[in-house]
Ligand binder design. Structure first.
Ligand code: GLC
Length: 611
């Protein structure tokens, strides 16, 4: 089959649906024709090696759903200085057991005002401080040779105000102004402000920015220098689709579609998760299936669970391949603070009951803050009110709460709504930093156990675990951003410090914190890869422990039964379970009866027996 025939075959599979959705939205067959041209041109240029990967993955469409993938997310600059530097450090990535590398945004961005890369000024170039597009391809090739897949952000809601489109818009070109949301006065913006909440209420209040030089307002949901793109304009959709395919053709395997719930705006709504967002995501999914079917979409949907799940689409009309398990992440930290696992149990049950085709990315920390998106209806029934509870969590994790050794910083502390979010590395939030500066040896031991417990919980779930670079060697907070005027207002930089290679060098030195965390994680990750109970589709359910702080997860395959126990209390507890037979705790090597199992403070067990 010629390439042309192959393209037509792929296109014809989706042609009717794509055309219908597209024309309903844009009412233009010309624009649709252009999109088809863009797809064909990227398909024609796609490298043989990538086409080969596409074919392989098409034959095994569940390739990313099992326990084989382990992710790590990192800043190129912080970890390896440049893309070439990251490539030279792939041995370390492999040593971490990682085979899915998520690099934070690295396309060209302004010197300042770049939101850590989430303000792109050129989608076709790597930021020169980090390398070139050729370096990106080289890194992707090197990763693929080692069986590592590469994930990259596609920042699609907005461009930097230094992007060429924004500059031309500012210079008065109507065609480019139409790619954004421009207003001559505040009448319409004022209407939007009535129903559209703020993302960064203290660091970037409001959803619009006044441009005095051209006497216009522009929509800026995030920072004033991030101008929202107008997806009502087919030129925006088509060109952005081209930029996305260009990344795929440079070897990116997973595209993280950033801030996707925000891409469609409508007066009188909250401008989040609107039906048109799903139309656009569905179109992107089809475009990828036509041009680069091996590429996956990871939706960044940091929303309540009922808003997250629709981004999977339906089984017949899928949208994203993967989504973040954000509520479980926030609930996990809540559990560590309240030392009661009831809500986590409930949350885990909800996720476990979803169709197995829905793949979640599990994480405990990422580059962003922790927002307290908990199930407040349920908490209310248990006498916890939203604002006081958020305040308790924030006090607890910033170490203001009595005896708390957690060391986090608040983020976007909004006195108006009483809302504040939280920043900090996993190790600092678990109390390792506090224990080192003002705690006992016992405190330090507990903080390390808590860190392993939270990671262990993440590794016990179905889906793809994603480690935040540095957490594997207990990186502490980095307060140096306070001295940098470009960063000082954004406390997320407290957990975005450079990777400390000299500390990582201690990861095999017995007795060091780095070794305890690194080797502790390594052991769990290896078991996760090997045990049949972690393979795709093996059911997971909860069992009663009669101890509020202790949670019990059970997985059973044809061969094995794994009983996982997690003690979220800082005191030893007993899991009053009644399991038949003898188990081996794979983490300690102990042989245990399956009844009334003791757990140390923040202890965890993976108990296995033959099924
Ligand atoms: C996403 C990113 C965040 C960024 C925002 C705006 O939420 O994770 O870091 O600030 O999008 O692009």
């Amino acid at each position: 089959m010629t390439k042309k025939e192959q393209f037509n075959q792929r296109l014809s599979r989706h042609y009717d649906e794509l055309k219908w959705l597209y024309c309903e939205l844009y009412e233009s067959m010309d624009a649709f024709g252009q999109l088809c041209g863009i797809m064909e041109s990227y398909f024609t240029r796609r490298k043989e090696s990538l086409v080969g990967l596409d074919e392989e993955r098409l034959k095994n469409p569940d390739w990313y759903k099992g326990s084989e993938l382990l992710g790590m997310m990192m800043y190129t600059g912080a970890f390896g200085k440049t893309l070439k530097g990251v490539r030279q450090k792939l041995d370390y990535i492999e040593e971490c057991g990682v085979n899915c590398l998520h690099l934070m945004p690295l396309l060209q961005m302004p010197e300042r005002d770049n939101d850590g890369g989430y303000a792109v000024s050129d989608y076709t170039k790597v930021d020169p401080r980090l390398g070139t597009m050729a370096d990106l391809s080289r890194l992707a090739d090197a990763c693929h040779k080692r069986g590592i897949c590469l994930c990259l952000d596609f920042v699609m809601n907005h461009t930097s105000m230094e992007h060429e489109w924004a500059r031309r818009a500012r210079a008065g070109e109507k065609e480019y102004q139409d790619r954004y949301f421009f207003f001559d006065n505040f009448d319409i913006p004022a209407e939007y402000e009535k129903t559209c909440p703020q993302v960064f209420p203290t660091t970037a209040p409001g959803n619009f920015t006044w441009l005095p030089d051209i006497q216009k307002y522009v929509m800026t949901t995030f920072y004033p220098y991030q101008w929202d793109l107008n997806y009502r304009n087919p030129a925006v959709f088509n060109e952005m689709a081209g930029f996305l395919l260009n990344l795929a053709n440079h070897g990116v395997d997973i595209l993280r579609i950033d801030a996707v719930p925000y891409i469609w705006k409508e007066l009188g709504t909250n401008c989040r998760n609107l039906p048109r967002v799903h139309t656009i995501v569905r179109m992107i999914r089809m475009i990828c299936e036509i041009v680069c079917p091996g590429v996956l979409l990871l939706g960044e949907v940091v929303m309540a669970p009922d808003k997250v799940v629709p981004y999977f689409g339906t089984l017949e009309k899928p949208e994203c391949h993967m989504l973040y398990n954000v509520t479980t992440m926030a609930t996990l930290w809540h559990t560590a603070a309240v030392k009661d696992a009831s809500l986590l149990k409930r949350q885990t049950q909800i996720v476990a009951a979803l169709p197995k085709e829905y793949v979640f990315l599990n994480y405990i920390r990422c580059h962003d803050d922790i927002g307290w998106g908990l199930e407040y209806g349920w908490l209310k029934e248990h006498d916890m009110q939203e604002n006081p509870h958020k305040k308790f969590l924030n006090d607890y994790f910033t170490g203001r709460y009595p005896y708390s050794l957690a060391r986090g910083e608040l983020y976007n502390d909004d006195p108006a709504s009483g809302d504040a979010r939280l920043c900090g590395t996993a190790a600092s939030l678990c109390g390792i930093e506090g224990a080192l500066t003002c705690g006992s040896k016992e405190d330090l031991g507990k903080a390390i156990s808590l860190d392993l417990l939270l990671h262990g919980y993440m590794l016990s779930l179905s889906g793809i675990p994603m480690i935040y670079s540095g957490d594997e060697v207990a990186r502490l907070n980095d307060y140096s951003y306070h001295e940098d005027p470009a960063k000082a207002a954004d406390s997320r930089y407290v957990h975005r410090g450079p990777f400390l290679w000299e500390e990582a060098a201690l990861r095999h030195t017995p007795g060091t914190i780095q070794q305890k965390i690194f080797e502790g994680l390594q052991k769990m990750e290896q078991l996760r890869r090997e045990l049949s109970v972690f393979t795709y589709g093996v059911p997971l359910w909860m069992s009663e422990t009669w101890e509020p702080a202790v949670l019990c997860l059970i997985r059973q395959s044809e061969k094995e039964r794994l009983v996982s126990l997690f003690n979220f209390s800082d005191q030893p507890k007993t899991a009053w379970i009644k399991e038949e037979g003898e188990f081996e705790d794979l983490l300690t090597g102990e042989i245990l009866a399956g009844c009334d199992v003791p757990l140390p403070a923040y202890g965890m067990r993976w108990m296995l027996r033959q099924a």
